[in-house]
Design a protein around this ligand. Structure first.
Ligand code: AMP
Ligand code: MN
Ligand code: MN
Ligand code: MN
Length: 287
């Protein structure tokens, strides 16, 4: 431990990781195991942001109190914007908010239908039992493409989860079903209605032109969105810098999150993040 005595001119920057997943969605650790790992990785403020689901927050909060770190209640909402799926993270939400919960319930209903449809499409392609296997892996919680991916890898249809996404689960591939998620407007209304701040997740990762990305971010900012996930575990360092420029241009605050799903993915570790580039206003500036 470095001594902290004497560092009293400015409070030390805390270590934030504001994007992570647990077993409540497509992560592989329980909420409490995730929090324990975060604490041992030196994270001081962790947001649990499961896909379209807040069911892990109570357990995570209890674990965070025990190990002495701060838990930010979050969610990663699936959004359809101009026929493309994007993800919006809500931070500091009240998980009890009824409009938010009604919205998430509607998305999960679509998810369940989509999972059945993915199963049917894979069956047409000669791969049977996908829906059953994915449902079993999801253990009654949300069924995501990740669950299908694990089944397809286990069946030998591809070597890695990444490969399986490329060959089966992306647009124009046999198991892909176009998203029909929430609109950007309603997503922002749910997050703000729950007292939270809205952040576009991993903005550099969407397959779109630079012009289209600016249009998305501009629309999001005009609708009252607060932040851009400038630093993400799925960004390159160059991505972080170009997203920092966009955040500044559109007057958005900057968030940072690993998007950790579990220790199986060694290239994305909990709490292992580049610092925010200079000139960013952190989303936590007024927390
Ligand atoms: P879904 O929300 O069910 O469509 O699933 C999206 C999830 O799949 C993301 O949150 C990631 O966890 C995972 N995913 C998406 N693309 C890839 C990829 N190329 N390789 C590995 N995992 C991916
Ligand atoms: Mn995921
Ligand atoms: Mn995402
Ligand atoms: Mn995520």
């Amino acid at each position: 431990m470095r001594p902290r005595i004497g560092y009293n001119a400015a409070p030390m920057n805390k270590h934030y990781d504001l994007h992570s997943h647990s077993l409540a969605s497509d992560g592989t650790l329980s909420p409490s195991a995730l929090v324990q790992l975060a604490a041992s990785a030196g994270v001081e403020v962790l947001a649990l942001t499961d896909h379209d689901e807040t069911g892990g927050i109570a357990e995570a909060r209890e674990a965070a109190d025990k190990v002495g770190i701060s838990l930010v209640a979050g969610v990663e909402i699936s959004v359809s914007w101009q026929k493309q799926t994007i993800h919006v993270v809500g931070l500091n939400i009240d998980p009890e908010s009824s409009p938010l919960q009604a919205g998430l319930a509607r998305i999960r209903e679509y998810r369940n239908w989509r999972a059945e449809e993915m199963g049917r499409r894979l069956a047409k392609h000669g791969i049977h039992g996908g829906w059953e296997a994915a449902s079993q892996l999801a253990k009654g919680r949300i069924i995501s493409r990740t669950h299908f991916a694990h089944f397809l890898v286990a069946q030998g249809h591809a070597k890695t989860v990444r490969d399986v996404f490329k060959s089966f689960l992306k647009p124009n591939k046999p198991g892909y079903v176009p998203g029909d998620w929430a609109s950007l407007e309603e997503t922002l209304a749910w997050i703000h209605g729950a007292g939270g701040q809205a952040v576009i997740a991993h903005p550099a990762r969407y397959t779109m032109t630079a012009t289209r990305r600016r249009k998305l971010i501009g629309e999001f900012a005009a609708l009252g969105g607060e932040g851009l996930e400038v630093v993400s575990g799925s960004h390159s360092r160059g991505d972080n810098f170009s997203m920092a420029q966009l955040a500044r241009h559109f007057g958005l605050k900057a968030s940072a999150g690993s998007d950790f799903h579990g220790p199986e993915n060694p290239w994305v570790m909990l709490g292992k993040l580049e610092p925010l580039p200079d000139g960013c206003i952190p989303i936590w500036a007024d927390w």
